[in-house]
Ligand binder design. Sequence first.
Ligand code: ADP
Ligand code: F6P
Length: 516
Amino acid sequence: MNRLVVVSNRVPDLSAGAQAGGLAVALESLMKRRGGLWFGWSGKVSDGPEAAPVITRADDIDFATIDLTTEEHEGYYNGFSNAVLWPALHSLTDLMSFDRRSAQVYHAVNERIGAALLPQLHPTDMIWVHDYHLMPLPAILRRAGVRAPIGFFLHVPFPTADVFATVPEARVLLRDMLAADLIGFQTPNDAENFAASAQRQLGALRHADGSISHAGHRIRLGAFPVEIEPREFAALAAQSWRNPATDRLRHSLGEQKLVIGVDRLDPTKGLVQRMAGYRRMLETHPEWRHNVTLLQIAAASRQDVATYRDLRAALERAAGNVNAEWGEPDWTPLRVIARAVARPTMAGYMREARVGLVTPLRDGMNLVAKEYVAAQNPRDPGVLVLSRFAGAARQLSAALLVNPHDPDEIAEALNTALSMPLGERQDRWLAMWRAIEGHSALAWGRSFVAALMQASRAQHAGRYVGLAETSNMTHGGMPLIAPHAAEPISLTDRVAARLANPMGGMDAPKDPKRLS
Ligand code: ADP
Ligand code: F6P
């Protein structure tokens, strides 16, 4: 078995309790089971002389980390990654704040990560690069002569070609990503958007099997929706529901119904808009006053970035206003906690909550939505109110889907959720549980790794085989593509549908002849 080398900006401490962030949650199962090398930033900033990566070992995983300097942290992480790419990829271009220096530092840090990684690599490794912080890395590794399979997975959405074109470095980033053998996205729509950008900006050629060609290299694109470990999380929630922390919360609520929101404090999560929706609900449905509490757990995140600091202030203001306007001496309608809570505690709270309120303005997937579903008591489940613009909405269509920009829609959905009869709650919950129960974070990771090996083998054989033609093939008794990854995968279905029915609800292809 080839050693797996994961490269991500943040390298988690898997023994730590409270960690807010989807990447660590998604990769933990695969890395614990398979072992390998996990390379990235230590999370520390230090201005000492550049040192070799620090390597520690736990659970058969070698963790190799480097510190960033103050300038690197500012330009690469706060600047280009989180003040340019993050908002652009979430189609929030108004929040972009670009300066050329941070773009230079971003590329330089990617070069440094590549140089520090090279001596750690073995010839038979497979390399899996994660997320927007490291878009240039596949090309950097190839330029350094790495011939190992390289996969790239984008945890966040990929916007339309028009929106991505607003990123000052757009062409270079696309070109560098295309040095990978396989690029994975959360949804087929993200893969489609990426292919459209590559075609428009670089003249990449699109193929009917969903792959694209550029500079003599054929790259497979696919959708690999990130999953949680649903049974594990369900068990954790059932157990934690009885622990003292959940008991205290329950006791403090008395007869009130609990609505819960759990997020990183991030502008994409729609927190201020969510407060407006809750406020509107209290205004238009007075019957809920005294009878409901919203608990918003918002883990502080990226506080060195101005928009994140502003958001914290805006959330505190909005929350203060709700309580000032609607609160009573014996009733606080809204409780906000601006930090991460331990995972078991969060799971117990989710099970206690009658409503899970998950309303990002845009989100690659949103694991919190899946966790809320997994946490429910099947006999008396709560209701998920979910943004249409979360990647998870595709699988969790039995949630009450809302436009997160519309406070009235959020208010109505909240009222519907709080009043929903048991039978309907059970039906909706079962449909959502069925959508997640057959999947797992482990299978997600394995399906990507299998697809990467396949794409790389085909690349080296000079014979590219598209996913649609190979999804039933097996290798050593294991399906090359895990069933859940094969179903919504790649652009194949969309392209085939377009060719069969060019106007069938989708934009007609710009130049159908280019779809070979
Ligand atoms: P993102 O990757 O943008 O942070 P996701 O919803 O995909 O969003 O993943 C977030 C992960 O971090 C989930 O597993 C969630 O349980 C965890 N998390 C988010 N906010 C908190 C919090 N306030 N406290 C504890 N865990 C959190
Ligand atoms: O899901 C997107 C993401 O950037 C993940 O890569 C990461 O786990 C999470 O958000 C938290 O972000 P940060 O590492 O910047 O705290």
